[in-house]
Write a protein that binds this ligand. Structure first.
Ligand code: PLP
Length: 420
């Protein structure tokens, strides 16, 4: 049967589809698997308790429950929630934000599909305008989201070696300057998969580049500030200038099931989001915003991010680093390299020194009951070779500590075996 060029892309599994299928298998159907793959947040009792109480508050308040369950929201989303969120974002970002600058989507994944196709692709003069990913590896979920082919152009990073274990990806601004007629520029901060956090001054350079070309800088804050706030270095402050687009999500706070994404941007962007919502969804789900309203009312969205989520994942990260250092001290892992884990809940293992590809490692680990994500999926739009592309793994540390440590121990064992 005939398929459009867009339809052709969905004849076979995409990276994000395989990742979500693995996640379903490990978390829903085969709980013996050690899930270090997909980006599911962890179960954190204090957060879950606050979410349960917020849900009970929604249920107890007849008006709020009847509204959430029984009425389609406005195309840009629940106005109560947006009006309560706007002053919080103004305060946190240091610039005025009104409800007219905010729209909701059914998860931020949905927002990226809209934004990439609003700004990327053929413009009214027939020019192809790509979405520029200024640093890869970058989020697997962007790939395949362009209605037009070749939507992304990716720039490989400069790799700064910090010591004999850690490295950090840095922007290559000279390469960026060579890109003509972009549609928009987008990055995740913290970056999924590497755990990188670009500095405010690096973002300032990207914002200036985007302003000069009259295109938006889109920053994906799914793991970032101010919620869920998984940024571990004090100097990595939030960065926002009017004209930019920031995309937030309630998923990594602990609510992936309600599918709540939040877009902050210029009014014309927000209106376009609302129009797309109406076409694709009629309206967004209302239960996430209703719960989040209760959290905002009690000041819990930010407080739990700062006082519970960030310390929880930072402690987990440190525990894993201790394990890695202990294992390295025993020998056989000298070739292991890691990206500096500055944010989110991922480690990016670079394993070229062990002579195995990311696919081989993925297969070996799956046979031993450990699910990770092969790194090659995280390079949407990359046209040139890049050393780390086929030799890296993304390892999530969000699930129970015991299981994560067990999974990482098996990974280190496999690497040691491959290197011997
Ligand atoms: C970097 C990044 N952006 C966006 C998303 C989409 O999340 P959601 O649609 O649940 O808001 C994810 C999900 O894992 C992500 O890792």
């Amino acid at each position: 049967m005939h398929l459009s060029a867009f339809g052709e892309k969905f004849k076979t599994d995409s990276g994000i589809f395989s990742l979500m299928a693995d996640l379903d298998e490990a978390l829903n159907r085969n709980p013996d698997l050690l899930m270090l793959g997909g980006g599911n947040p962890g179960h954190i009792p204090e957060v879950e308790k606050a979410l349960r109480t917020a849900m009970q508050d929604v249920l107890a308040n007849e008006r709020s429950f009847e509204r959430a369950i029984g009425i389609y929201d406005s195309p840009v989303g629940d106005q109560n929630f947006l009006s309560a969120l706007a002053p919080v974002l103004s305060r946190e970002l240091g610039h005025p934000v009104g409800p007219e600058n905010l729209a909701l989507t059914n998860g931020s994944q949905n927002a990226f599909f809209y934004l990439f196709n609003i700004y990327g692709g053929r413009d009214s003069r027939g020019r192809h305008r790509p979405i520029v990913l200024p640093i890869v590896p970058e989020y697997i979920g962007y790939a395949d989201s362009g209605i037009e082919p070749d939507l992304f152009v990716a720039i490989p990073p400069q790799v700064e070696q910090i010591d004999d274990l850690f490295f950090k990806y840095r922007l290559d601004l000279d390469a960026l300057k060579k890109i003509e007629t972009p549609g928009a520029i987008c990055l995740s901060r913290p970056t999924n998969p590497s755990g990188n956090v670009l500095s405010p001054s690096e973002l300032q350079s990207l914002a200036a580049w985007a302003k000069d070309r009259d295109v938006p800088l889109i920053v994906d804050c799914a793991y970032g500030l101010p919620f869920p706030g998984l940024v571990y270095e004090e100097h990595h402050a939030p960065f926002y200038e009017p004209g930019m687009i920031l995309v937030f999500s309630l998923s990594k706070f602990g609510m992936p099931g309600t599918r709540t994404g939040i877009v902050l941007g210029p009014e014309e962007t927000i209106q376009a989001m609302g129009r797309l919502n109406a076409v694709l969804n009629l309206a967004c789900g209302s239960m996430g915003p209703a719960i989040a309203c209760e959290l905002l009312r009690k000041g819990l969205l930010l407080q739990l991010s700062t006082d519970v989520l960030r310390p929880h994942y930072a402690a987990r990260r440190d525990r894993i680093l201790t394990l890695i250092h202990e294992q390295r001290a025993r020998g056989g892992l000298e070739a292991l390299r890691l990206h500096l884990p500055e944010g989110a809940f991922f480690f990016w293992f670079e394993c070229s020194g062990f002579g195995l590809s990311d696919r081989d490692l993925y297969d070996r680990l799956k046979k031993r009951g450990v699910i990770v994500v092969p790194g090659h999926h995280y390079f949407p739009g990359l046209k040139t070779p890049m050393p780390h592309r086929d030799s890296s793994l993304r390892v999530s540390y969000s699930q129970s500590e015991e299981r994560v440590l067990a999974g990482i121990s098996i990974l280190l064992e496999e690497l040691r075996r491959a290197g011997s």
